[in-house]
Design a protein around this ligand. Sequence first.
Ligand SMILES: Nc1ncnc2c1ncn2[C@@H]1O[C@H](COP(=O)(O)OS(=O)(=O)O)[C@@H](OP(=O)(O)O)[C@H]1O
Ligand SMILES: Nc1ncnc2c1ncn2[C@@H]1O[C@H](COP(=O)(O)OP(=O)(O)O)[C@@H](O)[C@H]1O
Length: 179
Amino acid sequence: MIIQFCGMSGAGKSTLARIAEQKLKAAGCPVEVLDGDDCRRYLFKELGMSREDRAENIRRLAWLAHRFSRHGILTIICAINPLDAIRQEIAREFRIAATVQIDCALEELIRRDTKGLYKRAFLPDGHPDKIYSLSGVNGVFEYPLTPDLLIHTDRESEAESGQRLYEFLLPLAIGLAVR
Ligand SMILES: Nc1ncnc2c1ncn2[C@@H]1O[C@H](COP(=O)(O)OS(=O)(=O)O)[C@@H](OP(=O)(O)O)[C@H]1O
Ligand SMILES: Nc1ncnc2c1ncn2[C@@H]1O[C@H](COP(=O)(O)OP(=O)(O)O)[C@@H](O)[C@H]1O
């Protein structure tokens, strides 16, 4: 069972994946979270933020997720995953059970700015610290048309969002939902 997330930096993907992971584990369901940020740091160091590299990153994460899921582990691809064609491609190739969009208004992302990336994206052109490819600002982020679950993290608490995600994933994890 593979779940793919999508959502901009700071939207709450890692936070919610960790909450759902803890709750599912407590319910006896094996779970693995493949975090884009972590895999880039430890495994895919050569990949950047171009469209091509993001596509490659997601294809690799999907392949890894597939390997985990073959052992009965519910595996969450926890990445920005910004390209609709790639989301559809991996859904076909690896029979992904659900696409979960972790959404948050840009104003709130800018307010949170957990990693300082938004501040850098809004610097004037030519500034040495400016980043030019931040998803949803000056880089690609394509919203999915029909996500299986949409969570607005700017409208509810972490605990509420985490509980909604858990309630969505639990029947999938215990095999009650046939998709
Ligand atoms: N330009 C730009 N745009 C978006 N994100 C950036 C960028 N530069 C660095 N980062 C950091 O990289 C993390 C995103 O990696 P992902 O593997 O999730 O991205 S992607 O799915 O391949 O688009 C992302 O992690 P999260 O903040 O957890 O989403 C950022 O910490
Ligand atoms: N409803 C919510 N769900 C998830 N995170 C939230 C929520 N409300 C506020 N936050 C905060 O937003 C930030 C999300 O950061 P993070 O999970 O690292 O995002 P991402 O993995 O998408 O980059 C955290 O500081 C978290 O405490």
